[in-house]
Ligand binder design. Structure first.
Ligand code: NAD
Ligand code: DAU
Length: 367
C-alpha cells in the first residue's frame, strides 16, 4: 500500500464513525481523512472536537443521497478508500418509521457506490480482469460496514459467521442486508474493490443514548427514570468495545482482500437483564449508592416487535486472516464507559434535549 491515502468516511460524526475518524486522524498523519455526514439527530460534531483542527482532517456536511455533493467531494478530494458507515442505525426507530432506513441505508448506499465507481472508473471489464487474476491489485478499497443483524436470530446454540445465510427480520436489518447485497453486486459486476464487515453490538463513549447501554446509564444517573427492559430481558447480545471494532475495520482495510467478508464480535454474550443489573451495580459503586439502589429502577416493559432472541459471532476468520483480536475485557470496558458518561454529562444532556425527548416520550410512555 502507498503511505499517502485520501480516505472518505461516511457517517463519521456518529458513534462508531467518530471513533474511526479520530483513530485514523491520530494514528495515520500521512492519511487525509474526509468525514462526510448529514448530521442527523445521531451525528454530532461535538464527538470530534478534539481533532477538528487537525491538518489531515476535513468535514463535509452532506447527504449520501445527494449525488452532486458526492460528485464534488470525489472530484475535489480524489479519495482512494471509503469507509461507509452512514446509516440509520436504531432498530426501534426502524419499526416506528421504516422509510428513512430505506432512503439512507439502501438508496444512499447505491448512490455512494454509483458515484464512487464513476470516479474509480471500474467497469465490467475490470471485474473480468480481476476474476482472471484471482486477486485485486488495485489499491482502492471500499469498506462497507454492516451488522450481524443481517443473519437473523439464533436459538440457544450456534454462532453467526461469514457463511451464515442472510435472514434479516427488522426494517433496519433488512435495509442493511439490502445494502450488503448492493455492495457485493458492485464488486462482482463492476470490479469495485469492496470488503464487507459484519459486527456485533458495539458499546463505548459517544454512543447515542437511545441504545441500551447509554440509555440505561442516563436513566440510572437521573435516579427517577425507569430502566425499560423489553419483554423478560432474556434476549442475548454479543458486546464489543467500539475501539475493537475500529481496529477490525482498519485491519480489514490494510490486510483484507476485496470480495471478502469479515465478521467481528466480542465472544461476549450477555442476557439484557444481566447486563442491566451489572450496569446498576457499577453505577451504585460509582455514585456511592448502596448496592441494589439503581436496580430498583428496572421495569419490564412491552417487548420490541419481532425482537431477535440472540446474536453471537464466530470471529475466527478475522483473527486468522486479519491478525485482529479484541483487546478489552468487558467488565473493565464497561467501567471505563460508565466513567466517560459520568465525566460527560453535558454531552449527555445536549444530545438528549430537543427532538430526542419527543422520541423518548413517544417510545416509552405507556409501554
Ligand atoms: P450512528 O447512528 O451513531 O451514526 C450514524 C451516522 O450516519 C450519523 O453521524 C448520521 O448523521 C449519519 N447519517 C445518517 N444518515 C445519513 C445520510 N443520509 N447521509 C450522510 N450521513 C448520514 O450509527 P453507529 O452506531 O455509529 O453505526 C455506524 C454504522 O455501523 C452503521 O452502518 C451501522 O449499521 C453499523 N453497525 C453498528 C453497530 C452498533 O452496534 N452500533 C454494529 C455493527 C454495525
Ligand atoms: O448487533 C449489531 C446491532 O446492535 C447494530 O447493527 C445496531 O445498529 C445497534 O443499534 C444494535 O442493535 P440492537 O437492537 O441489538 O441494540 P439496542 O441497544 O437497541 O438493544 C440491545 C438489546 O436491548 C436488544 O435486545 C433490545 C434491548 N433493549 C433496548 C432498549 C433501547 C431493551 O431491553 N430496552 C431498551 O430500552
Amino acid at each position: 500500500m502507498n503511505d499517502r491515502r485520501n480516505i472518505l468516511v461516511t457517517g463519521g460524526a456518529g458513534f462508531i464513525g467518530s471513533h474511526l475518524v479520530r483513530h485514523l486522524v491520530k494514528q495515520y498523519p500521512e492519511y487525509k481523512i474526509i468525514n462526510l455526514d448529514k448530521l442527523t439527530y445521531a451525528g454530532n460534531l461535538e464527538n470530534l472536537r478534539d481533532i477538528e483542527e487537525a491538518e489531515n482532517y476535513r468535514f463535509v456536511k452532506a447527504d449520501i443521497n445527494d449525488a452532486d455533493a458526492l460528485d464534488a467531494v470525489f472530484g475535489a478530494e480524489a479519495p482512494d478508500a471509503v469507509f461507509h458507515l452512514a446509516a440509520e442505525s436504531h432498530v426501534d426507530r426502524s419499526i416506528e418509521a421504516p422509510l428513512a432506513f430505506i432512503d439512507t441505508n439502501i438508496r444512499g448506499t447505491a448512490n455512494l457506490l454509483h458515484i464512487c465507481r464513476k470516479h474509480w472508473q471500474t467497469d465490467a471489464s475490470t471485474a473480468s480482469l480481476q476474476a482472471e487474476k484471482g486477486a485485486v491489485e488495485n489499491e482502492k478499497r471500499f469498506i462497507h460496514v454492516s451488522t450481524d443483524e443481517v443473519f437473523g436470530s439464533l436459538g440457544d446454540q450456534g454462532l453467526f459467521d461469514e457463511e451464515t445465510r442472510y435472514d434479516p427480520r427488522s426494517p433496519y436489518s433488512a435495509s442493511k442486508a439490502a445494502s450488503d447485497h448492493l455492495a457485493r453486486a458492485w464488486q462482482h459486476t463492476y470490479g469495485m474493490p469492496v470488503i464487507v464487515t459484519n459486527c456485533s453490538n458495539n458499546y463505548g463513549s459517544y454512543q447515542f443514548p437511545e441504545k441500551l447501554i447509554p440509555l440505561m446509564i442516563r436513566n440510572i444517573l437521573k435516579g427517577d427514570q425507569q430502566l425499560p427492559v423489553y419483554g423478560q430481558g432474556l434476549n442475548v447480545r454479543d458486546w464489543l468495545l467500539v475501539d475493537d471494532h475500529v481496529s477490525g475495520l482498519v485491519a480489514a482495510f490494510h490486510n483484507g482482500k476485496p470480495g471478502e467478508t469479515y465478521c467481528f464480535g466480542g465472544d461476549n454474550e450477555w442476557k439484557n437483564i444481566d447486563l442491566v443489573k451489572k450496569l446498576c451495580e457499577i453505577m451504585d459503586d460509582k455514585l456511592g449508592r448502596a448496592r441494589g439502589t439503581s436496580a430498583q429502577q428496572i421495569r419490564f416493559v412491552k417487548d420490541r416487535a419481532g425482537h431477535d432472541l440472540r446474536y453471537a459471532i464466530d470471529a475466527q476468520k478475522a483473527k486468522d486472516e486479519l491478525n485482529w483480536m479484541p483487546s478489552q475485557d468487558f467488565e473493565s470496558g464497561l467501567r471505563l464507559t460508565v466513567d466517560w458518561y459520568l465525566s460527560n454529562t453535558d454531552w449527555l444532556e445536549a444530545v438528549t434535549s430537543g427532538s430526542y425527548l419527543d422520541y423518548y416520550n413517544r417510545h416509552y410512555t405507556n409501554r
